[in-house]
Unconditional design. Structure first.
Length: 304
């Protein structure tokens, strides 16, 4: 009877997760069939069955064509730069969550949390519209600077390619900081109250409590998120860089995902773009298992 009950519970739990497994299979694993395009000379609208098989030709072209090599190196440089900035400041949401929970006025704390979380739900198209209205040649900022006599001609903020990595990081941080802090806020709320009481009994100040109680309790969450971020080092996303790119900053804003999109949609090199995407996915998997192995060596636990 007990075995029958345990079996029923197992079946019930499997049925609970089965819709998510179906979605995962459809949207994560089924698209991997598209990798086959990397081995054909495919040009739409002809069907794949009529496209000539070329084997590893497109993979070899990535290192044999000097123009393509130079483009790819610049794209990888942009990808590493922007991903590196994100990882370098990955502690910001954790610190923001700590200071947010330190606000004693409940209404003010909820107001700050709402204001900083809402941008996450705004599309990058609307974010660019906001940036354009503020920083275009006829935007609010140029108008203000012109009125107070600081400039004679408009400053081309959006066309400037000198600091595009930093500006992209600033926009991404503004958009995601509040949302990213939610997990850390949950980690803070789960800290045992007895730890706070013991610290205050020992005469600890509030900063000492944060240093010796709050931060150590948040570090496991931070390391898990950091490992996932490192594993997706090559995945910067597409939307942000697509809407902010223009003829002036294309060389410095074009990350790997945007480069793949431009190759396929702009240049018609569908097979080459699939080959690059395939290599990027394989490298991401290697990074994930490498970081996971390093975590097990240093911390004794991993995520895989």
């Amino acid at each position: 009877m007990r075995i029958h009950s345990m079996r029923s519970n197992s079946i019930r739990k499997f049925l609970y997760i089965s819709p998510f497994m179906v979605l995962l299979a459809i949207f994560a694993y089924y698209p991997l069939y598209g990798w086959v395009y990397a081995f054909f000379d495919y040009m739409p609208p002809i069907p794949l069955s009529q496209a000539p098989f070329v084997g590893l030709r497109w993979f070899r072209s990535l290192v044999e064509n000097q123009v393509k090599v130079d483009q790819l190196l610049q794209v990888i440089k942009n990808t590493f730069g922007m991903s590196g900035l994100s990882i370098l400041f990955s502690w910001l949401p954790m610190i923001f969550a700590i200071f947010l929970t330190e606000i004693k006025a409940v209404r003010f704390r909820k107001f700050i949390q709402t204001v900083t979380t809402l941008p996450n739900f705004i599309s990058w198209v609307l974010v660019y519209s906001l940036a354009f209205s503020m920083f275009s040649s006829e935007g609010v900022v140029n108008g203000f600077l012109s009125q107070i006599g600081l400039i004679d001609s408009p400053v081309l903020f959006l066309q400037n390619s000198d600091h595009v990595w930093i500006t992209m990081w600033i926009w991404a941080t503004w958009k995601t900081l509040g949302w990213s802090a939610i997990l850390y806020i949950a980690a803070i709320m789960s800290i045992d109250e007895s730890l706070y009481e013991a610290a205050y009994v020992d005469g600890a100040t509030r900063m000492q409590v944060i240093r010796h109680v709050v931060l150590p309790s948040m570090l496991p969450t931070y390391f898990v998120l950091l490992m996932l971020q490192i594993a997706s080092f090559l995945n910067n996303g597409l939307e942000q860089y697509f809407v902010f790119q223009n003829a002036f900053n294309k060389d410095t804003i074009q990350v790997l995902d945007l480069y793949v999109y431009n190759l396929a949609m702009g240049g018609g090199s569908y097979s080459v773009s699939v080959a690059i995407s395939m290599l990027k996915s394989l490298i991401s998997v290697v990074l994930l298992f490498s970081v996971n192995g390093l975590s097990k060596m240093l911390r004794g636990e991993g995520i895989v």
